[in-house]
Design a protein around this ligand. Structure first.
Ligand code: CP
Length: 294
């Protein structure tokens, strides 16, 4: 079994991942050692930069007794012109128990899954999907609210290019949440241009999920003025006041502080779940490795 997309998972598998994720969250907090995957080898292959996903997959493998190894792509034979296919087959020949892949091209994890015998996990492919991010987001919401069903989730920002938004828009409605997507018109997919404004989408939301924006994409519209983006589309205390009482704030990271999110919101110990998302990420990825390898 591979973990390539949200739609590749059954409802039962999603429920298992969230239940086991919650179990591993508690075990990690208590720092209780576990070794169900002792002796197993997890190869991590990241063609794009990463802090959270790369380190949490490594931590998850360690916590389960498996050995995570990283191919440093910048120092590898990729830089000598080796093709993706040859790299995939080369790593597959080392008989790993799992390959974790982040790649700039949509569909690269699915291509790799067709070339190796072990399970492949999509750690983010282009603008397509980031399924384990959506699953860890769901786990963080569940840890905070003890439910997902019936919650209103506003996902705001660069919807067009966000693999996080795409995976969450597939996952959260399956778990009973209502999802509203909004952002600047130039960053919305064509089929969603008629959706509400950021202010309308945030109205009454229980969860406000901000997305990372890239300043270079906004230079033309906003004159390269990050403060202007914050004013027009970002999460300020005034805008957050439109959300439901007790609403929480999420961000997959890395954040552009002062662009899509104001500092005081990102660092609000009551309302910001951003570090809880990171903690849930280790636990959820333990559940993924357990499901695929155990
Ligand atoms: N959320 C996320 O994918 O962060 P990284 O790019 O740091 O892995």
């Amino acid at each position: 079994m591979d973990l390539l997309s949200i739609d590749s998972l059954s409802d039962e598998q999603i429920a298992t991942l969230l239940e086991r994720g919650e179990h591993w969250f508690e075990e990690n907090r208590a720092r209780r050692p576990a070794e169900p995957l002792k002796g197993r080898l997890v190869l991590n292959l990241f063609y794009e930069h990463s802090t959270r996903t790369a380190m949490s997959f490594a931590a998850a493998a360690h916590r389960l007794g498996a050995s995570p190894l990283f191919l440093p792509v910048e120092q590898s034979s990729v830089k000598k012109g080796e093709t993706f296919e040859d790299t995939a087959r080369t790593l597959g020949a080392m008989r790993p128990d799992c390959l974790v892949l982040r790649h700039r091209e949509n569909g690269a994890p699915a291509r790799m899954a067709g070339m190796v015998e072990c399970p492949v996990i999509n750690a983010g492919d282009g603008t397509n999907e980031h399924p384990t991010q959506a699953l860890l987001d769901a786990l963080a919401i569940r840890l905070r609210f003890r439910r997902i069903e019936g919650l209103k989730v506003a996902i705001l920002g660069d919807i067009r290019h966000s693999r996080v938004a795409h995976s969450n828009a597939l996952l959260l409605p399956r778990l009973g949440a209502t999802v509203r997507l909004a952002g600047p018109a130039m960053l919305m997919p064509d089929e969603l241009l008629a959706t509400p404004s950021v202010d309308e989408a945030i109205e009454g939301a229980d969860v406000v999920m901000m997305l990372r924006v890239q300043r270079e994409r906004l230079a033309e519209e906003l004159g390269d003025a990050p403060g202007e983006y914050l004013e027009r589309y970002g999460l300020t205390p005034e805008r957050l006041a439109r959300a439901a009482p007790g609403a929480v704030v999420m961000h997959p990271g890395p954040m552009n502080r002062g662009v899509e999110i104001a500092d005081e919101i990102a660092d609000d110990p009551e309302r910001s779940l951003i570090l809880l998302q990171v903690e849930a990420g280790v636990a959820l990825r333990m559940a993924c490795l357990e499901l695929l390898l155990a």
